[in-house]
Write a protein that binds this ligand. Structure first.
Ligand code: C2E
Ligand code: MG
Ligand code: MG
Ligand code: MG
Length: 279
């Protein structure tokens, strides 16, 4: 009986694994068609500067309305496309779309606002990344001072020297760099001084329940004061409640992003949101 249960468990596990592999295969095999058939779109999440209470940036986030997979999230398909290299054509599509939409969004935002685009490690590590980025910038007529690239520290783990060199070149051109999901993974504090970053985005895992979670308050307070001494801004990710917002404000975070102020919005609803907010 035990043996049978064991075998059933194994079969169940095997099936789950198999389903996952099949999903990944389906995702890989349909991405080009998805691009051709315009199944991708962007949503934009407003970022609020806490002192002035203005919308001082937006983050572009990709969505894939997949004909055969309901509710497919970027957290699932991005890593799959990273491992196959297919993230690269998608990434150019994302930048081109975000940069061309930007011209119509910028007038509604605070002075100095930028559009943030997430870039994958795999992409930014390519030797032609800067050249290709500049081509898209030229095509879409966007300035370096309008752009912020969000990177995660995983890129540093792979090839620290080349990565820093690339980031230095981008920063020299006036493109801002934000370190995303800070506090997850290996968070080497040295990155904060070695990389030309302007913002540290504190992962939502530190912000969730920050109003009652003393240990997280201590961590956020510490990272914030250290970042400020280094001239970096702190972005609190995933602020969902008024008391979380009050707490991150108290802890001196500079910028917040989260469902409390706005969920990621498609272009039209975003313009509507920004119009209403400025009335
Ligand atoms: P991320 O860059 O850290 O993006 C923040 C994620 O948190 C987004 O999820 C956003 O919708 C979600 N979020 C924002 N506010 C709240 C909140 O108040 N509560 C909660 N629970 N969640 C909130 P999303 O859009 O599903 O993206 C997940 C991840 O997928 C992103 O994390 C990013 O790493 C990746 N991703 C998304 N779009 C792109 C893209 O265009 N290119 C690349 N390379 N990666 C992307
Ligand atoms: Mg991000
Ligand atoms: Mg993040
Ligand atoms: Mg993330």
């Amino acid at each position: 009986e035990a043996k049978r249960a064991g075998r059933n468990t194994f079969q169940w596990f095997d099936k789950a694994l198999n389903d996952e592999v099949n999903r990944a295969l389906l995702i890989r095999n349909t991405v080009q068609k998805g691009l051709d058939k315009q199944q991708f779109h962007l949503v934009y999440q407003p970022q609020i500067c806490l002192e002035a209470e203005t919308v001082c940036g937006i983050e572009a986030l990709v969505r894939w309305r997949h004909p055969d997979i309901d509710g497919l999230s970027p957290a699932e398909f991005i890593p799959i496309l990273e491992s196959s290299g297919q993230i690269i054509p998608l990434s150019y599509w994302i930048m081109r779309q975000a940069f061309s939409d930007w011209h119509k969004i910028k007038p509604y935002l605070a002075e100095g606002a930028r559009v943030s685009v997430n870039v994958s490690t795999v992409h930014i590590s390519r030797s032609d990344f800067i050249e290709q980025l500049e081509r898209v910038m030229l095509e879409t007529n966007i300035k370096p001072s309008d752009i912020k690239l969000e990177i995660t520290e995983s890129m540093m783990l792979r090839n620290a020297q080349t990565a820093v060199a690339t980031l230095d070149k981008l920063a020299d051109k006036g493109i801002a760099i934000a370190l995303d999901d800070f506090g997850t993974g290996f968070s080497n504090l040295r990155y904060l001084t070695q990389m030309p970053i302007s913002d540290v985005k504190l992962d939502r895992s530190f912000i969730r329940d920050i109003d009652t979670h003393k240990a997280n308050q201590a961590i956020v307070r510490g990272i914030t004061s250290m970042s400020h001494e280094l001239g970096l801004k702190i972005v609190a990710e995933g602020v969902e409640t008024l008391s979380e917002k009050a707490e991150v404000k108290k802890l001196q975070a500079d910028i917040m992003q989260g469902y409390l102020e706005a969920t990621p919005l498609r272009f039209e609803p975003l313009i509507e949101f920004l119009t209403k907010r400025h009335q």
